[in-house]
Design a protein around this ligand. Structure first.
Ligand code: ZN
Length: 283
């Protein structure tokens, strides 16, 4: 019957076009993979180790563990922290060894109007800030960090992950002064998926080495960026990772260094920025 043969013909064309579409998708995803791999310094994935809040254990526990394996991380400093004012030469030497001193604001203001924010003091309540005050304090912290390490390129981390004051994204005014800003949402992302004004990360609080190493393996398989967020390392903060678990993670990273690009946030973000602006970074 004519209708039958017409349908068969349609079906055949439809199948052919599906094959073409599948082929195009395959090529596109391969091109995306190639781009992602070059962004990760021609390795399988990127891992960034970040440490928040400028606490003594950064210098006493986390940094010695990193240095012993020649790994580098990002330390998000609160300018007003006593661990900054009392130990300036140590932070300066840390930067000279290649660690990034990131900006975590001058006073770590968080939005006290949100649920579960009983710890926020009236002085440091972001919901009571004006946008210009938040922006100014973060700029002053950049000046302080520049006086310590002499650098102008660095990244920011949102205190408590809070990005808005009265519905306004305060970082919009700071975009030109940072390479990227780290948020607090957990996910693995390809270079194309990363939002440089809110880079995702996995906050660690008591998880095992096996959990953290499994995340790294997932990043290796999916060719994505994995950012860890630590506070205390072997104590020093209510949010903590066990010292031995942290060491085991670093040992896994070191043992797989040929497959995993491990660098401070500013360096990884520079590469992502270059890739997103077209043309992968080939440094
Ligand atoms: Zn913090």
């Amino acid at each position: 019957m004519p209708t039958f043969s017409l349908s068969t013909e349609c079906l055949r064309k439809l199948r052919a076009s599906r094959w073409l579409a599948a082929g195009a998708l395959f090529l596109a995803s391969h091109a995306a993979d190639a781009q992602t791999t070059s962004t990760w310094n021609n390795k399988q994935c990127a891992v960034v180790l970040t440490y928040d809040d400028a606490i003594d254990v950064d210098l006493d526990n986390a940094m010695p563990a990193l240095d012993s394996l020649k790994l580098r991380g990002t330390f998000y400093l609160i300018g007003s922290s006593p661990a900054v004012s009392k130990r300036l030469p140590e932070w300066r030497r840390a930067a000279q060894r290649g660690h990034e001193l990131g900006n975590h604001a001058l006073f770590h203001p968080c939005d006290g109007s949100l649920p579960g924010r009983g710890f926020v003091t009236p002085d440091n309540d972001l919901s009571k800030y004006t946008v210009s005050r938040a922006v100014s304090e973060i700029r002053v912290n950049n000046t302080l960090l520049n006086a310590i390490d002499g650098k102008t390129a660095r990244t920011f981390a949102y205190p408590c992950g809070d990005r808005q004051i009265g519905g306004v994204n305060f970082y919009d005014q700071l975009k030109g002064e940072f390479v990227a800003a780290r948020g607090v949402t957990p996910s693995l992302q390809t270079a194309a998926q990363v939002q440089l004004d809110n880079v995702d990360c996995y906050g660690i609080n008591g998880q095992s080495a096996a959990y953290m190493i499994d995340l790294v393996k997932q990043a290796q398989q999916s060719h994505t960026l994995l950012v860890f967020l630590f506070h205390g390392v072997g104590g020093g903060h209510s949010i903590n990772v066990d010292l031995a678990a942290h060491r085991q993670l670093l040992r896994y990273l070191k043992a797989h260094e040929k497959d995993i690009y491990i660098a401070p946030m500013v360096e990884v973000a520079e590469r992502i920025k270059a890739a997103q602006q077209g043309g992968a970074a080939r440094k």
